[in-house]
Design a binder for this molecule. Structure first.
Ligand code: AMP
Length: 188
């Protein structure tokens, strides 16, 4: 199974990604986690992307696509992938679609975790206290990430709806209910 997971920051992608991965015997691949891993390891790439991530801006499309490609093709050959955090805009979707088409690894479904903005704000405050992610700590950064989500990632919903791939899940409830709703919708 090859699934793309879309949703605002704090919509639960990082929680539900592993749930889907377990259910479908696929690998959870998160671009945010890959980027934070490089930043934590102080790699050259980590240094290059850290300013974008810390300020809540998108990392340039080509960098993310390169970072992602090896883990994605590997996962596709081994049970599939649950892709979390990519694509973030139409250009990424189009670039990746061309490559995926050539490699025979296009997505089977796109799950959109829908959560109202105010719930996102509350969740990110809680996550900042728990995980200490620098991009969750500053309300101005949260607003920037929400703004980018609506302006740049939002149009992807129509892109995937038009391709008949979009499955929208109300993700404002407790994680176990959201997980169950997601799996029920996908199994249908
Ligand atoms: P996330 O963990 O998905 O919330 O991502 C955290 C941050 O990583 C984002 O605010 C961006 O700075 C960066 N990022 C993650 N995925 C992407 C992507 N597909 N394109 C550009 N930047 C990304």
């Amino acid at each position: 199974m090859r699934i793309i997971l879309l949703g605002a920051p704090g919509s639960g992608k990082g929680t539900q990604g592993p749930v889907l991965a377990e259910h479908f015997g696929a690998t959870h691949v998160s671009t945010g986690e890959l980027l934070r891993g490089h930043m934590g390891d102080l790699t050259e790439l980590g240094r290059l992307v850290s300013q974008f991530v810390r300020s809540g801006e998108l990392v340039p499309d080509e960098i993310v696509l390169e970072l992602l490609w090896e883990p994605i093709t590997k996962a596709a050959a081994d049970g599939g992938f649950i892709l979390d955090g990519f694509p973030r805009n139409l250009r990424q979707a189009e670039l990746a679609f061309k490559r995926a088409l050539m490699a025979g690894v296009t997505a089977d479904a796109v799950v959109y975790l829908a959560v109202p903005d105010d719930a996102v704000r509350t969740r990110l405050v809680a996550r900042a206290a728990q995980e200490g992610r620098s991009d969750d700590l500053d309300p101005a950064v949260t607003e920037r990430r929400l703004g980018i989500f609506h302006a740049e990632t939002g149009p992807l919903l129509d892109f995937y709806r038009a391709r008949d791939l979009l499955v929208t899940i109300d993700a404002s409830g407790p994680p176990d209910e959201v997980g169950a709703a997601m799996i029920a919708a996908l199994d249908r």
